[in-house]
Design a protein around this ligand. Sequence first.
Ligand SMILES: Nc1ncnc2c1ncn2[C@@H]1O[C@H](COP(=O)(O)OP(=O)(O)OP(=O)(O)O)[C@@H](O)[C@H]1O
Length: 295
Amino acid sequence: MSDPSAIEHQVAARLDRLNAREAILDVRGLVKTVPHGTSERTILNNVHLKVRRREFLCVVGPSGCGKSTLIRTIAGLEEAQGGDILVDGKPVHGPGPDRAMVFQGYTLFPWLTVLGNVMFGLQMANKPKDEAAREARQWLDLVGLEPYADAYPHHLSGGMKQRVAIARALAIQPRILLMDEPFSALDARTRARMQAYLIDIWRKIDVTIVFITHDLDEALLLADRVLVLKTNPGEVVELMDVPALPGARDLDSPALKAALIRLEGFIHAQEQAQAAEDEPVTPIVRLAPIKDGID
Ligand SMILES: Nc1ncnc2c1ncn2[C@@H]1O[C@H](COP(=O)(O)OP(=O)(O)OP(=O)(O)O)[C@@H](O)[C@H]1O
């Protein structure tokens, strides 16, 4: 059996190395508001975050706390009303090839083959067709789908579609891969396989990952660090180091069990606070009189 104190030491050494690396993503005082009647509603308030090169960061928090808004704003798909987002020290002013996104829904182009889907971004970047095809095949090989290059998306399972989506995102060689609940539509077994694939891919290439999930187990299986957001407005409540090395992790290990309890504590406290703020639910009014003997 592995010695917990030796693992603790290796984890601490890895996090030290991670913290010594340059920040690829630097979010400074991010504020995101949306119109709300005659005024505005603050979705994200003063979010600060640094993500280091080749770090795997998971973002968790109760429903509606602004996880998707955060990742979409980092992607440049939404405009911020305050603060700065820097990628490699350069401010973000819209989408760019340094950031690629994988969504929950299957977003492949149905009229293109698997190869065509992965070539798409490369051809948009003006790569000659032959070169784009050669590179796309390498990315498909990385996700184990090269034999399906000529298939169309509707012939693929959900997990395979997401692997193509990952290959397509990585083909443009982004600095940051932004993933918004990419595996939540998959069944439990496929999801577990996809988590293993993703870790395997991430270890082979120089990419930094920001991954949103509802699932705390998933966050603990994948991440170096977990960012916890709170609701209304979305603010950072915790940035937690995951006490385990990357790779096959055991959620039953004492360290990860303790981490789960800690994360559950943050989320549970917020859900309780939210429930207390919510208006009481009006009981359903019976419109018909209840006669004797009728349930
Ligand atoms: N463009 C918009 N206009 C109005 N409200 C918005 C807009 N974008 C997001 N919101 C609101 O902001 C809040 C945060 O939304 P967001 O989808 O980012 O949360 P989330 O944490 O990803 O939620 P979930 O976990 O349920 O997917 C929600 O209450 C949502 O309704």
